[in-house]
Write a protein that binds this ligand. Sequence first.
Ligand code: ADP
Length: 369
Amino acid sequence: MLLPQSLQGTLLMLILFVGWPVLFVMSYFIIRRGRSYAQKLKKTVVGKLMKPTIAGWIFGLYALGIVATAYMIGIPWLLIVPPVFAIFLVMIVIIYRAMAGWEREATEMHKFYENLERLVKDRTKKLEEAHKLSIAHEKEIQKLKDQFVFIAAHELKTPVTAIRWSIENVMTAKKKLPPDLMDMLNTVQLSNQRLITLVDDLLNVARIEAGTIKISSRNIDINAIIKQTLAEMHSVFSEKKLTVEYVPKKSTAWADPERVKQVLINLLSNATKYNKQKGKIVVSLQEKENMVCVSISDTGIGIQHSDMQILFTKFGRIKNEKTMESEGTGLGLFLSKELVVAMHGQIDVKSTVGEGSTFSFTLPMKQKK
Ligand code: ADP
């Protein structure tokens, strides 16, 4: 026993309650900041000697102190403190290293995501710019196409009209023509008429798209217009031996008579084209909430529900055998809708495959204020 009995207790208390906690806290901070200290120390001579960390040195000194104290106060069980402390220290180092690793990984991951985000933003911006450019390009091409169609149709209009007048003059001339020549002229006249209709449709589409279509609405006798159109189309109906029904009804509308007639001709032509031989067409006129409604029903092929979205679109034709048998451009319904809308009305269709279709359009009865 190197120390007097009275001092042994005091020293033991000091080691247990002051020395341990102080060393404990110190070791913790040194380990925590050990990395940066070690980085700085590495460059010095002392640093080269101090391997692997300062914590090792601290532990060494502490262990020596404990062993010396144990020897001085003659308490052998204090000798187990250094190994216990060593295990504790190793655990702290392992946990610290793991945590530092996670932190590093998290930082790297964060940087990676930041880069990725920046990259995605850059690419999105470039794509948006390219998209805007392609839209502008597309618009320009569309404009040029529309201009071309308008010019071509406009240039065609004069010669086809001249051909019609010439044929009419020849056919109605005083000098009678042989029947076979008359037949040939009739065929030419029919084909020419189809060309005139196509040219007119193209010109109207171009005007609608350019917003220059002229609508001269006024108070019209819609009943009279329907009767007149039906009379003019009589030969068309009789070619297919169709029965046409219309119960006249006095009614007026605020619309452009020429445009209304154009819509009627389109819908009645379709009701004929897509009807069966000896089928039926029913035209009706109703008044409802300051609007007149004209309906044209047929007993034709009908339209499938999935094909409805094609109707009223530019050049929209349903691709089935029966439709393809008949000639058409897919412009009639598009034009009809645009004209009806321009006259503040609406156009609609109801259909059952194999039974027939009903196309109806409304027009205001009075001028809208
Ligand atoms: P087109 O008759 O010249 O093809 P439309 O624009 O008038 O062009 O009609 C578009 C399409 O709508 C037609 O091709 C046809 O498939 C369908 N369709 C229009 N009217 C009828 C109808 N009454 N019955 C059945 N299908 C119709």
